[in-house]
Design a protein around this ligand. Structure first.
Ligand SMILES: [Zn+2]
Length: 228
């Protein structure tokens, strides 16, 4: 795998003249040719998870969950920035870091297709983008695995999971997702992508609906896992 993000293009360099690139964790100004928005110190100190793909009883429909980092030490704030401010190079930075952690695995599962956890269409219209889609798109380029953002659909709006208790989370996400193209997942091994997971309810609901139509394995990867 080519382990690099494209070096900044002309437009990006112009933007960086006005707004210098900063480390996403400590705000230190970084080299303008830097491929990731991270200074060397913060890169070294990233709260890496290092657990590989693991099974957890909370998410029975997911064959293995991979988390690159713990949701702490600046990773949390950087993810919030990526969520709420349109910042494509931040998504690219996270995709690079996630790919880098994935490539440390001795044996990577065989993945045919990457599916981002969808956002409801009205929310995406309002925000202008889905940060998980941007992340999955960059990861797809780095891993050379196709990504499709038209297969999984969010059928109804839900409340932010982070504001709810565990029992409420389950109810909130119940039947919230659907599949637009069932044939596209039939015998595929799938990698679901989300930015953060806590109880895994969202990932499990996506995997549950996919499981009805897919005979392959369903894995999930996130940038960070928030431990309760
Ligand atoms: Zn830093």
């Amino acid at each position: 795998m080519e382990k690099s993000i494209d070096t900044p293009g002309f437009a990006e360099k112009l933007i960086r003249l006005i707004y210098p690139a900063k480390c996403m964790v400590c705000d230190e100004i970084i080299n303008e040719d830097s491929e990731v928005y991270l200074c060397e110190t913060c890169y070294r100190l990233l709260p890496r998870c290092g657990r590989g793909f693991f099974k957890t009883p909370n998410i029975p429909y997911v064959d293995g969950l991979f988390a690159a980092f713990y949701y702490e030490h600046g990773i949390d704030e950087a993810i919030q920035t990526m969520k709420f401010k349109y910042h494509p190079r931040l998504s690219a930075t996270f995709a690079f870091l996630l790919a880098e952690e994935l490539m440390k695995e001795a044996i990577l599962p065989d993945i045919d297709i990457i599916l981002p956890v969808p956002m409801h269409s009205s929310k995406k219209r309002q925000r202008g983008y889905n940060q998980t889609e941007l992340l999955a798109k960059e990861l797809s380029k780095l891993l050379n695995i196709p990504m499709d953002n038209n297969i999984l659909k969010k059928l109804r709006k839900t409340r932010p999971q982070s504001l709810l208790k565990r029992e409420e989370r389950l109810k909130n996400m119940d039947d919230a997702f659907g599949i637009a193209n069932k044939d596209a997942v039939k015998s595929k091994n799938i990698l679901l992508i989300d930015d953060v997971t806590t109880t895994g309810t969202t990932l499990n609901q996506c995997a549950k609906i996919l499981n009805n139509h897919c005979s392959g394995r369903i894995y999930a990867a996130v940038i960070a896992i928030a431990e309760k």
